[in-house]
Ligand binder design. Structure first.
Ligand code: HAM
Length: 428
């Protein structure tokens, strides 16, 4: 047999990393509760057509797609949004709005593996369905900021733009949707010259090209001033003007909420996913050059999937990248004070009693391990010490005669004899 390793782009998480991943997942779930998002679980495998519909060329070409044994064209989900939109277009179509839905789990993209870029990665995903109001967009940004704060990350910055501005201008020039999509894809990759050339070649007027040219240069951390400059820039393009106004309202609400969020407006900002129709954003951190999360408004996807016209806005956070960011900033995990216990029988004949005490402790929600290697007390204690377990219970002959055991506090290095029926009280 060969020596097996993980498939390229796939990783094992050993206990230390698995712990951080779960920690972030817990925080994400807590944020979902705080904002009123209910958790749903959708399948990892979905129909290719659903996932590909509006994923955009970049993600579409990187899907793990295959025919199943029933000859269905399926794929591993590259994100959650299509699945949630499918649900809202079908099973949940009659649910009262707004619907706030949260999901967490693994997603798959055949990306080129590198630091912070994997082929299997984890997202926490939030979708707010049914509202076209700027307060919904503002909520998604505030929620993202809450998660970054909850995991203890510092100096996060948000980049915000609006698809409706760039598309609004292109639409007024009657550029086909396909051309618009390609131009947006190029802008997402910061290939602005190629995007502008494409627009020009598609027959757009000079004024359109120069307006787009000006927009892609327009960015700034003074958000209201930048929005003013955008307004100037798109004058007389009705749809684009409305989009800038919408961006202004979102930013105003975030400002009025008094959330401390570091935001910069970027008028030329585009994202790879094709379903976006409004505000889009990403959150980054200086030490990591890729996004920790991203999202935006997509008002037509549910309708495209056969549902009622339903405006929606959402975000997904990269849990793997948040872990990387925490490790880079050396953010400590909040310690949960845990009174872990190991039970060591002094002789083999006391193992049954050790099992009995372990059951009793676990019934009282005290995490408990039993020495299963048959090691001598000193060796077992050394091992417990190394793993920073708080208590050892030694089941010995002399104490058992009195229905007692030795309880050793491994941090204080003290021990005493305790009646078995009092042991829970003693530890708790
Ligand atoms: P996305 O920007 O494609 O958006 O992905 C969200 C986050 O997933 C990224 O910001 C990044 O942290 C993480 N991520 C993406 N690719 C990788 C990778 N190869 N390895 C590790 N992490 C990665 C979406 O997925 C949209 N569904 C977000 C959304 C929800 N928009 C509306 N609703």
């Amino acid at each position: 047999m060969p020596q097996f390793k993980t498939v390229r782009g796939m990783r094992d998480f050993l206990p230390e990393e698995a712990k951080i991943m779960k920690y972030i997942e817990d925080k994400a779930r807590r944020v979902a509760e705080l904002y009123g998002y209910q958790e749903i679980i959708t399948p990892v495998v979905e129909s290719y057509e659903l996932l590909a519909a509006k994923a955009g060329e970049e993600i579409r070409s990187r899907m793990f797609a295959f025919r199943d044994l029933g000859d269905r064209m399926v794929a591993l989900r590259p994100e959650f949004t299509a699945s949630v939109a499918r649900l809202v277009a079908t099973t949940l179509r009659n649910e009262p709005k707004p619907l706030r839905l949260f999901s967490v789990g693994s997603v798959y993209r055949y990306d080129e593996p590198q630091r912070g870029r994997y082929r299997e990665f984890w997202q926490s995903n939030y979708e707010l369905m049914g509202s076209d109001k700027p307060e919904a967009d503002a909520e998604i940004i505030m929620l993202t900021n809450s998660l970054m704060n909850a995991v203890g990350l510092r100096n996060c910055t948000f980049k915000i733009g609006h698809v409706g501005v760039l598309r609004g201008i292109m639409a007024e020039e009657n550029l086909e949707e396909k051309t618009q999509n390609t131009a947006m894809q190029l802008m997402d990759k910061k290939l602005y010259d190629d995007a502008l050339k494409l627009v020009k070649d598609a027959g757009a007027q000079e004024k359109c090209v120069t307006t787009l040219e000006k927009l892609v240069e327009l960015k700034g951390a003074d958000v209201f001033e930048t929005v003013e400059r955008m307004k100037e820039c798109v004058k007389n393009y009705k749809k684009a003007e409305a989009a800038v106004e919408n961006l202004y309202e979102i930013l105003k609400l975030i400002s009025e909420s008094k959330s401390k969020i570091d935001i910069a407006v970027d008028a030329g900002f585009a994202r790879g996913l094709e379903y976006y129709t409004g505000m889009i954003f990403e959150v980054t951190m200086p030490e990591i050059d890729t996004a920790l999360g991203g999202g935006g408004r997509y008002d037509r996807l549910i309708e495209l999937f056969g549902g009622e016209p339903t405006p929606a806005v959402g975000v997904a956070h990269g849990i793997d990248r948040i872990m990387l960011a925490m490790q880079t900033q050396k953010v400590p995990l909040e310690k949960r004070e845990e009174n872990k216990v190991v039970i060591i029988p002094a002789k083999e004949e006391f193992i049954g009693k050790a099992m009995d005490i372990s059951r009793m402790l676990r019934d009282a929600s005290i995490p408990t391990e039993v020495e299963v290697m048959g090691r001598k007390i000193t060796k077992a204690l050394e091992d417990a010490d190394r793993r920073q377990i708080k208590y050892a219970i030694i089941v010995g002959e002399k104490e058992l005669k009195e229905e007692a055991v030795v309880l050793r506090d491994l941090t204080k290095r003290e021990q005493k004899t305790v009646k078995i029926r009092k042991i829970i009280e003693e530890i708790a």
